[in-house]
Each structure stands twice: as C-alpha cells, then as structure tokens.
Design a protein around this ligand. Sequence first.
Ligand code: NI
Length: 185
Amino acid sequence: MIYPIVVYGDPVLKRKAKDIEKGSIDVKELSEDMFETMKAAHGIGLAAPQVGKSLRMFIVDGRPLEEDDMMDFVKVFINAEIVDESGDEWNFEEGCLSIPGIREPISRRPKIRIKYFDENWEEHEDEYDGMKARIIQHEYDHIEGTLFTDHLSPFKKRLLKGKLTNISKGKCDADYRIKAPLKSR
Ligand code: NI
C-alpha cells in the first residue's frame, strides 16, 4: 500500500515519535508499505511520521545512489537510538520527501553508533560512517521531530519561509502523492 507523504507544516513531523511495543503493530507490513511508498517517490530514506504515524521506525535504501557500498544498504530501524556521534562535521546538500523542491547544505558528524531492532525484532548495535551515517541521521531526526530545515540559520529559514508555507498549502511540485496540512479542499 502506498501512503501519501505528509509534508511540511503537519504537526506529526514535529512530534517526538513513540517507541513501538513488540507485537502492537505488524512491523513487517508497515515496513513493506513504507518501502513501496519510498520507492514510488524515489527516496533513499523514509520515517514513519512521514506516512502520518508517530512511531520510532524508519527505513533506508541507498541503492538509487548507485554506489558500490550502497547496494546492500536496505534496512529497517525500529526503536533506534543513536548512542554516539563523532568526527568533524561535514556539509552535504540534503533534501526530504516532506519538503519537496528544497535542498540545503546541512552539517553533520561523519560517524555514528546506533542501537535498534530490525523487522524481525533482532537487536543490533552498528557503526556507520559517511553517506550511510548521514541518511540515518536525517531519518533519525524525523523520529525525534526534527526536519533538516531546523538545522538552518535563522536567516536562511527566513529566506525559505514563503516556499515552506506554499509546501504546507500543497503548492509544490512533487511527482508523488502528498498530504498537505493547509491544503484547502
Ligand atoms: Ni526527510
């Protein structure tokens, strides 16, 4: 099932998402639906709040980046907790399926250690660096109620205000189905 993607301005994107209790929902089904939704939107990561669910779950799929080390980077992260971030911050231009049409350089640390459960409820503690770490940090932000635009300077935010307001009204170009909070019907 393909969900519409919730866009900027919806309160679900600003809420700190809740842990999933094992057995309370079918995490396999939700992850399959999220992969289908992300694929249709040509994304490389998607978090549950972006499909309207305030749950600590996100998925990643690095294959569209067409880099050798990304071919097996297809994963589900449940109840994730970043336990360490290290290294000197680096800038990279990020985008977000919930903020169509805007890309901005965001500064993040290059190395992370993360604890999480996979879709079979097996527990992991892994280290990631570079682009993989960045994708995870961006999605992890979503379950913490943070958007990449929250990392921008007040000046930059002011410059983008009009565009962001338009997105929340559904006035934006996205080649996938969106759910805009202020769209008049
Ligand atoms: Ni995003």
